[in-house]
Write a protein that binds this ligand. Sequence first.
Ligand code: SF4
Ligand code: SF4
Length: 365
Amino acid sequence: MNGVTGSDVFFSDMNVSTGDSLLKKMRRVCEAAGIGKMDMKKKFVAVKMHFGEYGNLSFLRPNYAKVVADMVLERGGVPFLTDCSTLYPGCRKNAVEHLDTAYANGFSPLTTGCHVIIGDGLKGTDESLIPINGEYVKEAKIGKVIADADILISLSHFKGHEITGVGGAVKNLGMGCASRRGKMEQHSDAKPVLDHERCRGCRECLRACAHGAITFPDRKAVIDYDACVGCGMCISACRYDVIGAGPDSSKDILCRKMAEYAAAVVRGKPNFHISIVCDVSPLCDCYGGNNPPIIPDVGIFASFDPVALDSACAEMSAAQRPIGREVCGRDIFADVNEGTDWRITLDHAEKLGLGTVSYNLVKVD
Ligand code: SF4
Ligand code: SF4
């Protein structure tokens, strides 16, 4: 909601004149938004982003990450790029595969000027517990590397999402910074499910389970749900993708849990947020492929307030004329992902004091 009492969100569109570039514009937007006010000298600065699933081509290019890393280096800070591994099977489910994917997608010290460090360790279990005492989450499970960083900068590709409506700064913080257990807590009220028929009997899950919750009554695994604590270790241990997360929480609850996680991630830590609204695909960059954009490229946004930032990105996106679909009278994100409502996350985040949905848009040339 655009209003005079909200947080400042700085913005530039994606048009460039000769001699200018989007990278220069991005720097101008960040500087106008006050990134220089942060004391970065000798501080570890985590730049939280998404390196894209292998095969997806709508994730943010490494060139954008280099602009952020350069701004940190110029201010005496120690930047690194980070993300936590995924809960689901794919190319980013442990630190080794995640790094392979980041390199394959072009993120390396040569291209970005800094290192990639996976935020939650080899198997997604390296976490810090951050008390939040929210409505749904008492203790957020956050990747230890991110929790240990002195400063957090989120760099988000703003796009649609099949559960949360949009993927922007709050999702990058809340879901993206969570360890495996943290992601499980947000995604699911239940424990993992195991497809008994497809089990190969390799017993890797048995070795991974510290709670004695996996047994082999007939050479194939079963989970004893009385003993299972829902840590999710067996999911990453199974190389055959036989074990997966349980049934999803309702979309609304997931959105609110995610907001609580985002509030925990930035609690007590200087933070700054950048979103680029380009290649706005209907689904998130976790898919190994992407559909064409649903709206024209909108611009580059930056703010100290991640809630105002998402609010501005979502409303300016919704004001665009959709590509390849009729104008239907409701916002584009609810139209492409039926049953989603991005406002649920932002309203809950505002209630938690993470930021405000009201914003003042400040145009930067
Ligand atoms: S989720 Fe954790 S406790 Fe439950 S079966 Fe898997 S490894 Fe064991
Ligand atoms: S790791 Fe997977 S395939 Fe191996 S025993 Fe466990 S469930 Fe079966």
